[in-house]
Design a protein around this ligand. Structure first.
Ligand SMILES: [Zn+2]
Ligand SMILES: [Zn+2]
Length: 272
């Protein structure tokens, strides 16, 4: 009986998809092909499938893909040149996928075009990325990387919050969107060099007045990790206020300029 019902519902879903593509022939917002399903996310199946998880060796601490890992006999765990120098303040970070042109477009749909169901889709993906690392879940609170209030007023929402909110629900952890605040706005200049990224976020985050984080373990959530400067600055603010541990999850991870040069710079520029 249940099997028959499942078959009927799959059939109805198929019909609904077919009908939707006839009545509302919408293009995939990544590749432009006509959508063949009635999903709330305007991205076709093959483009969604192309937003793949990071594979291969990663830095044990910050999660960046490592092209040639150090041979096992000479090292305990692979780490990148930044983590070997101990530059990041956060304890641990992982990202779901590489910041490819398709991933950049998907993130822009959430960030600038208010395709809100993508927030939940991204939350599921980063939950996947964190699964092999139970220490990610051993936290007291989830905090989205905040936007400066002027930018928030302009955009109306914070994309990091749209990802962190469903994640907190899925993990059954408290969300505190106002624990951290961005006190210094990002400069208007569209593209920032690596040095500028670090300089503009230094001291750009602070605790919300009266917020208590003493001995708190915090999970930061953001859309893209580019240089790590933003997460580092947030981590320093939290640590200064007494946080015991800071870990971070992002949807995407920028790995090389080659990915970024494939599409227009204005499309690819993340917010850091
Ligand atoms: Zn597509
Ligand atoms: Zn690293």
């Amino acid at each position: 009986m249940a099997r028959a019902l499942n078959a009927v519902s799959a059939h109805l879903r198929g019909l609904a998809d077919a009908l939707a593509s006839v009545i509302f022939p919408a293009p995939c917002r990544i590749c432009g092909e006509t959508l063949d399903n009635s999903s709330r996310i305007p991205i076709c199946r093959s483009c969604l499938a192309s937003l793949a998880p990071i594979s291969g060796p990663q830095c044990e601490r910050c999660g960046c893909p490592i092209a040639s890992p150090i041979p096992l006999e000479t090292s305990h765990a692979p780490s990148c040149h930044i983590c070997r120098r101990g530059l990041y303040d956060f304890d641990f970070a992982r990202s779901y996928g590489v910041y490819s042109p398709a991933m950049a477009r998907a993130i822009i749909l959430l960030k600038h075009h208010a395709v809100l169901p993508l927030g939940d889709w991204f939350a599921r993906r980063i939950e996947e990325a964190a699964k092999p690392h139970p220490e990610m879940y051993a936290v007291d609170v989830i905090v989205p990387v905040p936007m400066h209030r002027a930018r928030l007023r302009e955009r109306g929402y914070n994309q990091a919050d749209l990802i962190a909110r469903p994640l907190a629900k899925r993990l059954d952890l408290p969300l505190q969107s106002c624990l951290l605040v961005r006190t210094k706005p990002r400069p208007d200049k569209l593209r920032l060099t690596v040095r500028e990224r670090w300089r503009t976020v230094r001291g750009a985050y602070a605790m919300q007045e009266g917020a208590r984080v003493d001995k708190l373990r915090v999970l930061l959530v953001d859309d893209v990790l580019t240089t790590g400067a933003t997460l580092d600055a947030c981590s320093r603010a939290l640590r200064k206020a007494g946080a015991a541990q800071v870990v971070a999850l992002t949807v995407a991870r920028a790995v090389a300029r080659t990915h970024i040069s494939l599409v227009s710079p204005s499309l690819m520029e993340p917010d850091e």
